[in-house]
Design a protein around this ligand. Sequence first.
Ligand code: IMO
Ligand code: MG
Length: 431
Amino acid sequence: MPVTCVFGMQWGDEGKGRIVDLLAAESDLVVRYQGGANAGHTVVVGEERYVLHLLPSGAIQPGTTNVIGNGVVVDPEVLFHEVDSLAARGIDLSGRLFVSDRAHVVMPHHKRMDEALEKLRGDDALGTTSRGIGPTYGDKVRRAGLRVADLLEPSRYEDVLPKSIEAWNAILARAEMAPIDVGAVMDETRGWGERLRPFVADTVAVLLDAWRGGKRILMEGAQGVGLDVDHGTYPYVTSSTTGPAGIPAGTGLPPRALDRILGIVKAYTTRVGAGPFPTRDTGPSGQRMGEQGHEFGATTGRPRDCGWFDGVLAKRAAATQGVDAVALMKLDVLSGLEELKVCTTYELDGTRIDAPPAWTGDLEACVPVYETFPGWEEDLGGARQFHDLPATAQTYVRALQDLLGCPIEMISVGAERERFIPLDEGIPVSV
Ligand code: IMO
Ligand code: MG
């Protein structure tokens, strides 16, 4: 399919990087369309492990062109660091990385403000990644942001920067915190424009050309629908449209360009940062998922909270994003659990509901209604066909597919490239 979208259906960390890496082998271009360096996408190739925050995960595949679209917030420090560290590991991005001239830039003061705002929120802190995401998107929406094109031209830069900083300083003054110094930010960022210049392009034109030319384009979503600014657990969300709906806005390709929508879900649920998490398990099962699944944030190193598969969250994501197929990740992590629970609906004040309520307080009061499945002891790492899975694991996967209402197209049973079960023909009907 010429234009495919891979995106997260939960609260991020579903394993998007791993799937993008696999699909990138059959793609000409890999594109980030939203988010920024708050993402942490991990790709394992043999003995090598790569964690990318800003570059598309396609960067690891030598033949691909990588695009950072206009909808992304670009932190040049992270970009330079990732380009340099890949170069040091023998991966050269010259000529195959394009950064949108319209993308907004994460400036040092945006990162400072991210931390300051969190401090001011006190007990209501969102638990952001401190990557300056909220303040940068905030500046974009209130039309005081700084774009890549501005960085390239000192006179434009000098004109735009004080406008962004002025508003933030007003907040800092009210909180009796030290103001941001325009001159210091100028000094800190001097040279960024020149370093960025070789990568900067009108990526809208690059993508339109590629699309019209029938190139295979892979869209790499960051975060997940649970963190979507509109469809997530607001205000405990990120600041962008994480699903395929973010693609036209964040790349300039028309909505009709999208051919295939592949949703990524983990076989259980995790969340990092603050916010409601109805199926969280604070007992030994959740702890085991965390340990077996190495559930630590790839960006911040924070331990992720773990819990049972939340069918309400995932079903809502499948429905709102028009998912064609699903990749089920980390099934192997569940080995050794005696019993597995799947949340099929929530109960709120004695009433069953099958969509997440709008208000955080209500969502916190929701009690998950579970269906229970027997677990399995076997290590799944060697499974390459559906029939290699123990019968109980097959039952569990079928139940998730039924709940989601869309086909599971592949199952991952380990971080290494080859550890997956392809299900191009769907899950076999008989056992
Ligand atoms: P990937 O792409 C998991 C979470 C943060 C916080 C909230 C807001 O690796 O799945 P932000 O810094 O975006 O303003 O933080 O969103 N968050 C993520 N959680 N995976 C991510 O990305 C995330 N990016 C942001 O923990 O709760
Ligand atoms: Mg992550």
